[in-house]
Structures are given as C-alpha cells and as structure tokens.
Write a protein that binds this ligand. Structure first.
Ligand SMILES: NC(=O)c1ccc[n+]([C@@H]2O[C@H](COP(=O)([O-])OP(=O)(O)OC[C@H]3O[C@@H](n4cnc5c(N)ncnc54)[C@H](O)[C@@H]3O)[C@@H](O)[C@H]2O)c1
Length: 438
C-alpha cells in the first residue's frame, strides 16, 4: 500500500522519499522492481524513479531530515485474538519520533495504516510526543486511511474515490489539504478517530456485501436461478450498486477479514456487539463449507481422489495469497485424503511458502504445477478458485487431460459455451446447475 500511494504522490508532482525496514525491498524498488505483482505498478515506479521525484533512503533519520510530512504505511496484521498487532506501528512511531528530535522545523506524521478507532490519539501520538519531545505546535499527528484495492492499486491511488483526513489541529489539516490538492477527489475531514472508523466501516460494509451476495447465491442455487442475473438486476439500483456484489468462494485478502475481526473485537471490549460484522464473518466461514459440499456432490468421497486447484491468489490481478480461500480449500482437501495439483500464473512462489508453513506432514499431498495441463492431468475434477483470464479460455485439450472432465467453478467464470466446446462438465457455484450424475 505504501509503495502505491507514495508513487501516486510523486506522479501528482510531489517529491517523495520512501523507506522500508527490509533492505531487499529498498533495493528492488531502487532498481525499479515492485516487490509484488500489481498491474501497471512496475511502469509507474520506473516512470517516477526516472522523473527524479521518487527515491528511497536507507534510514528513518535520513527520511525525516529530508521531508516535512511522513505517511506511516506499516502492516497492522491480525493477532489470534482478533485484535491488530500494533508492534510494527509502535516501533515505527518510536523511530520516527527519535529522528524528529534531531531536526528542526514542523513535521507531520499521518497514519495511513489501518488502525482501530482511537489508536492514533491513544497510542501513536503519545509515543511520537515522548520520543520527539515535541508538542502539538511543531509536531502534527493525523490519520489518512487508504482505500486502494489490490488489482487496481494504480488507478485507485492516482484517482481515489475520496480522500479521508483525520486531524485535530489546523496546521496538520492545511498541510494535508495542500498535499492532496493535485488529486481530483473529494476530501472528507473528520477527527482522527472518525477517519479511523470510516476505514473500518467501509471495509465491513464491503465484506457484508460479499457475504450477502453469497447468501443470495445459496438461495439462487436452491430455486434454480443464476445468482449473477439476480445481483446484476439488484445492483443496478444505485442505492445498492453492483461493485463488490458478487457471489463466490467468500472474501479473502489481507484486509477484509482482519479489519472486520478487529472492529468486532474492539466493540466486544467496549461492551457491545458489532453484529453486522459478526454476520459477515460467519457467512464467509460457512461459504467454505458450502464450497466443500458442492465439491463432494461432484466427486463423492474425497479419499484417494486427485483434484486440480486453479488459482491460488485471493483474487485475479495480484500474487497476494494473504487470507486466500485457496489455502483452507487445499488444507481441507488434503485432510480428506485428496491429492491436490495446484496452479496459478503468478502466485505459486508465495503460495508455496505459505503452504510449506501451514501444511505440516501432509505437505507433499499438494504439488504446484508449472502449467494448467499438468495440474489437470489425471484429475477427478478441477476447482476454479481465482478468475485468471487464461482459465476462461479452457481449450478442449485441457479436458482431455482429466480423468473426468468436470469443473467446480467457484466464480462462474468459464462460459457454458466454452465448456461445451471443450467437452467439460460445469458445476457453477450459485447458478442453479444440478451437479452432474456420478
Ligand atoms: N494491501 C492493501 O490493499 C491495503 C489497502 C488499504 C490499507 N492497507 C493497510 O495498509 C497497511 C499496510 O498493508 P500492506 O498490505 O501494504 O502490508 P505489507 O506487509 O504488504 O507492506 C508493509 C511494508 O512495511 C514494511 N515495514 C514493516 N515495519 C516497518 C517499519 N517499522 N518501518 C518501515 N517499514 C516497515 C514491510 O517490510 C513491508 O514492506 C495495513 O495497515 C493495511 O491494513 C492495505
């Protein structure tokens, strides 16, 4: 997130200095290579490095010497108890505060990482003030949540739907308004806690929208209609909207589950319940069961079967496998005695590392395959988890490789006419298709 939003500032004419604690990330970015797969980001990075407006330094001291405003984009991952881990953010605040202590002039620190309401004022600002020995007059502390989505980071960072600023003093407010002046987006100014809540409310709403579509998908399958036709008509109502309104294997990715869980947990701590968030998570968990029931309907007992799992990233357009549904699907298949042959055009290295850490002694029951054809060879069925364009083309030779050419399509991505031409049986989640007879 930090790289994409930093590049957007640079592309909009600002001078941007970046720092990452990992030296390999700094070196890659200096060479013009993004440390992850994201459409258009490599090009934007190379353009901005060439423009001379974007550069990377090797220490926080150097960074703080060179700039007036510091955007903190460090990770805030989930802990097992649902709270977010504030370790990286606290460490970063200490480093920035200590560096600020050694320089002159106003500095602004804006928290871009996603943090639960109250965190910036109760946790980050006190650390910054203590370590920098500065009061509010020459150290501003603000919140500036980021809404970009992986797969469309470049567009989202350059042209955000809206900019949300959380400030408690006029100097920080003016500074941030000036920084965002070149962006063509409406600006909403709130208190720091208000801005933090906007981010959580937005992600919770989107997670709920996905879960809602998944429940409608289950109903659609029962009554024999296609969920896509239903949600297209429902989402056409501008009060509802069609974006992020799609049934599938459930939401994944680094943000939705983590953010909804964090707000649910925070509300419990405060003595009440965030039921909409709880429901979004519960439906998402159940969707995995639902996927499994469909797979079992197709292949019967999973013991001794061989299945192909196509698509390992949490969505197309990224190699991010954080919270990808591919992992619990693979784990459960393997636990049920199935051999899994997996493929993804970009995410196999990352998935391989996650799988090695998660799978224990069953590790060898999943093999990563360099081609779709290899993954399909001898398979009793295939599961389409990520809608990568190449899977949608499904040539007849792919079906011929399979022991039984049947695809459980969790995204309704392969068109029925393509499947017909390829001699492929299709079982599409949520379109009312009866599972083919075994
Ligand atoms: N990924 C997204 O699409 C997205 C969108 C909006 C908001 N966010 C939020 O942004 C934050 C970062 O998410 P991400 O997905 O970019 O995480 P990430 O793990 O992909 O990247 C974080 C980077 O911060 C670096 N880092 C860690 N500690 C550091 C420190 N003390 N000083 C300097 N660098 C440090 C890491 O080396 C890593 O390169 C999270 O709070 C997340 O919720 C992410």
């Amino acid at each position: 997130m930090g790289l994409a939003s930093g590049l957007a500032f640079s592309a909009r004419g600002h001078r941007l200095v970046g720092y990452d604690v990992k030296s390999e990330v700094r070196s890659a970015v200096r060479r013009g290579e993004t440390p992850f797969t994201e459409p258009g980001l490599d090009r934007l990075l190379r353009e901005q490095v060439r423009s001379g407006r974007f550069r990377v330094v090797d220490s926080v001291d150097e960074l703080v010497r060179d700039v007036e405003g510091i955007f903190v984009c460090v990770p805030t991952p989930s802990r097992p108890n649902g709270r977010i881990d504030l370790g990286p953010l606290k460490r970063s605040a200490r480093e920035i505060g200590s560096a600020i202590r050694t320089v002159r002039g106003f500095r602004l620190v804006a928290v871009k990482s996603t943090v639960v309401p109250g965190t910036t004022e109760a946790v980050v600002a006190p650390i910054l003030r203590r370590t920098s020995r500065r009061g509010p007059r020459d150290l501003g502390v603000a919140v500036n949540p980021e809404f970009l989505a992986e797969g469309s980071m470049v567009h989202d960072a350059l042209e955000p739907d809206r900019i949300v600023l959380g400030t408690s003093d006029p100097r920080s407010r003016e500074w941030l308004h000036r920084a965002y002046r070149p962006f063509p987006s409406p600006v909403f100014t709130l208190s720091p806690s208000g801005a933090e809540l906007v981010k959580y409310a937005a992600n919770s709403f989107l997670a709920l929208k996905v879960s809602f579509a998944n429940e409608i998908g289950r109903i659609a399958a029962e009554v024999g209609v296609n969920v896509d036709d239903v949600v297209a008509a429902v989402g056409h109502d501008p009060r509802i909207g069609s974006r992020f309104f799609r049934a599938g294997p459930g939401f994944g990715g680094s943000c939705f589950d983590k953010d909804v869980r964090a707000l649910v947990t925070r509300c419990r701590e405060l003595g009440f319940r965030f039921r909409a968030g709880e429901v979004a998570l519960k439906i998402n968990d159940e969707q995995l069961e639902y996927v499994f029931d469909r797979v079992r309907e197709v292949v019967g007992s999973l013991r001794g079967k061989r299945l192909a799992l196509l698509g390992l990233s949490f969505k197309a357009g990224t190699d991010d496998v954080r919270e990808t549904r591919a992992l619990p699907i693979a784990e459960r298949l393997v636990a049920a005695g199935t051999t899994v042959r997996a493929h993804d055009p970009v995410a196999m290295p990352r998935f391989g590392r996650v799988w090695a850490a998660a799978s224990g002694p069953r590790r060898r029951k999943l093999k990563l395959c360099v081609s779709v054809e290899r993954a399909l060879t001898g398979a009793d069925a295939a599961i389409l988890q990520t809608d990568w364009p190449e899977y949608g083309r499904w040539p007849p030779k792919w079906s011929k490789r399979m022991r039984r050419p049947v695809l459980v399509d969790l995204r309704r991505f392969v068109k029925p006419e393509v499947a017909r031409r390829a001699g492929l049986e299709l079982v599409r989640l949520g379109d009312g298709t009866r599972p083919p007879a075994r």
